[in-house]
Design a protein around this ligand. Structure first.
Ligand code: FE2
Length: 507
């Protein structure tokens, strides 16, 4: 890992030289044209081999050429194989995508994107060195509509990088915006553009990024879609980083997850010999949040966990329900030391959910839960909750939540933090004050390295024919769960639910 000093000097040198170059090259271009041609919404994402490739996506207001320039730490241009996609119009702007290949492992690069005349500011990223030591951070559910609320998400992401400055990438577990409008994506871009330009993102599609706002997610990132069961409302993909294998699910697929996607996950996890198997997804199988009462999420307690059990997944990270819930290690929906840990990762944004105590029992087995954090001062008195052994006061830490994950060989260390909210001025800008960051959960997973064997080497791709063939069985499977298991439990729970609505105004 490079030292901070080296990074700072390199960035300054890079900025000086490039700004000089860009100033000269842009001299004849007037400001209005610059604005039309200037790149925005710039993302560098995982796309295939993390030691050699990166996906690039950015937008311009005008139709322009696509050009990526790469530089090494010595400010020398770097040649790489770059596959540019055709520029296309989306939402009144123009989307540029490219795949950069042939990068060196464990190397830090600088870059600009643009059309060769008008370029972005200098960004940076690092490639995977392939060894078994790396760090990353995660956030979820910024899901804002106003710039002020996006800035609250920024405050959380800023605290994440302050806590783990050497994180090599960051995971966004979905619901980037509330309605996927141009205005919201521009607010999002304005709030977190410096993070997006200076690291690699692992994006996961949330329901606010996919359902009813078709194609937005896929048009914001350059991802490896070759194995995705569909790309209309999100993308499923996988990648290796260090000694870990990550599978990203799209829980907008047939309400939560289709049978073809579960089959893909099974094959994918069976095809890796990496030490750690990690699933990233938006909706959560284990939750006490607002959406925990609906069958789409609870169906995951049956369908998804069966695949995780069969393929020895170590960790599932999810979002969607705007609170933090960590399970014990689970197999067959029972505590098992060789099972999977499920973490609902909390929200980085300002929309935060109370606990729904009526989920306890029929929908959520409290004996499987290790830790909960509610990110708001709760509006209910916790009646009955103390019988679970959880103390409501210990579970309440208002602020934006983020997670840091460190992998060192056979040890995975997971920490979760809450960054206390900051004040805003009348213009909606953060009033800078000291960061107050509280560690609300910490756990360590350990395992013997080198013991996983790849058991599947066949084709993992899902054809459109197979996907559409699987829709009816997928709907039947969800319906069988809904009417055979969920609905009877919901009816039994109804008096409890109504009581909570009347007494605490919590649904
Ligand atoms: Fe969501």
């Amino acid at each position: 890992m490079k030292t901070d000093f080296k990074k700072i000097v390199s960035v300054l040198l890079c900025c000086l030289i490039l700004s000089g170059t860009l100033t000269i090259s842009s001299f004849a271009v007037d400001t209005a044209v610059n604005e039309e041609y200037a790149p925005f919404r710039i993302h560098v994402s995982v796309n295939g081999d993390t030691s050699a490739q990166k996906g690039f996506c950015w937008y311009t207001h005008a139709m322009t050429e696509s050009k990526i320039s790469l530089f090494n730490l010595s400010m020398e241009p770097v040649n790489a194989e770059i596959e540019y996609e055709d520029v296309f119009e989306w939402g009144g702007n123009y989307c540029h995508k490219a795949l950069v290949k042939g990068l060196k492992p464990g190397t830090e690069y600088y870059y600009t994107v643009g059309d060769g005349n008008v370029s972005s500011s200098v960004g940076t990223f690092v490639t995977d060195d392939g060894d078994s030591e790396f760090e990353f951070v995660s956030v979820a559910d910024i899901q804002a509509s106003s710039l002020e609320n996006f800035l609250k998400g920024r405050n959380t992401l800023n605290a994440a990088y302050k806590t783990m400055p050497d994180a090599e990438f960051y995971i966004n577990l979905g619901d980037f915006t509330n309605d996927s409008t141009n205005e919201e994506w521009d607010y999002y871009d304005k709030a977190v553009t410096d993070f997006n330009q200076n690291t690699t993102i692992v994006p996961i599609s949330g329901n606010h990024d996919g359902l009813g706002v078709w194609n937005w997610f896929n048009n914001m990132f350059s991802l490896d879609t070759s194995e995705s069961v569909q790309t209309l409302n999100g993308v499923n993909y996988s990648f290796d980083y260090g000694n870990a294998h990550f599978a990203v699910l799209n829980t907008n697929d047939v309400l939560s997850v289709s049978i073809p996607q579960l089959v893909w996950l099974y094959k994918d996890m069976k095809s890796t010999d990496k030490d750690w198997k990690i699933v990233l997804m938006h909706k959560s199988p284990y939750t006490f949040g607002k959406d925990g009462k609906w069958p789409d999420a609870l169906y995951l307690q049956r369908a998804l966990t069966a695949v995780c059990d069969a393929t020895n997944v170590d960790l599932v990270m999810s979002g969607h329900d705007h609170q933090y819930v960590r399970t014990k290690k689970i197999k067959m929906n029972m505590q098992n030391d060789s099972g999977t840990t499920y973490v609902l990762c909390g929200t980085a944004g300002s929309k935060r959910y109370e606990i729904r105590p009526f989920l306890k029992g029929l929908f959520m087995n409290i004996n499987l839960i290790e830790k909960i954090n509610v990110q708001r001062t709760t509006d209910w008195d916790g009646t009955g909750w103390e019988k679970t052994g959880f103390n409501l006061e210990d579970m309440t830490n208002p602020g934006g939540q983020f997670n840091t994950i460190s992998v060192k060989g056979g040890t995975l260390t997971f920490n979760s933090y809450v960054a206390a909210d900051k004040q805003f001025d009348d213009n909606g800008n953060i009033i800078e004050s000291e960061d107050v960051i509280t560690n609300v959960d910490s756990f360590v997973l350990t395992k013997e390295t080198g013991s996983n064997k790849a058991e599947y080497s066949g084709n993992k791709k899902t054809s459109s024919f197979v996907f559409y063939l699987g829709i009816i069985p997928s709907m039947i499977s969800l319906a069988v769960y809904t009417f055979g298991e969920w609905f009877p439990k919901f009816i039994v729970n109804l008096p409890n639910l109504v009581f909570n609505v009347i007494k605490f105004d919590i649904f």
